[in-house]
Design a protein. Structure first.
Length: 141
């Protein structure tokens, strides 16, 4: 007796609508991720804000200390000097979140509804209430 023939099926073909829905989901997820990454990167740091003057004073102090420092301390001072110069270059660089925010606003309500994300969760992660209002994300009871 011979075994019955089995036909091997490949993966089912996706409809154009399904492909479009997947692409839309990826685009919406990317818009949300990019905006959340941007607000996290630009969140104000704790403590006193550094000024150009305070950084300049510290750089002057490092220059005086580095000459007499032991090699390991000199290494640390060199790194601190590099970090401070980078920070000094970045002061005043205003990050424009407008484009990312607009993309987020366009998708946030639908994305949050599909993923079960509440207004409170958006707020806790750092999204401003005005942005959520523009996006049409409602406070839940």
């Amino acid at each position: 007796m011979t075994p019955p023939e089995t036909t091997r099926r490949g993966p089912a073909a996706m409809s154009d609508e399904h492909k479009a829905a997947l692409a839309r989901g990826r685009a919406e997820g990317r818009a949300v991720k990019d905006y959340l990454d941007a607000i996290a990167a630009n969140k104000p740091k704790r403590g006193r804000k550094r000024t150009k003057e305070s950084i300049g004073k510290r750089l002057d102090t490092i220059e005086m200390e580095i000459e007499a420092a032991a090699p390991i301390k000199a290494l640390q001072l060199v790194q601190e000097r590099m970090d401070l110069r980078s920070e000094l270059d970045a002061i005043g660089d205003k990050v424009d979140l407008t484009e990312l925010e607009n993309a987020f606003v366009a998708v946030a309500a639908g994305y949050g509804e599909r993923k079960g994300i509440s207004y409170a969760a958006w707020r806790e992660i750092g999204v401003d209430a005005a942005v959520l209002k523009r996006a049409g994300v409602k406070r839940s009871s």
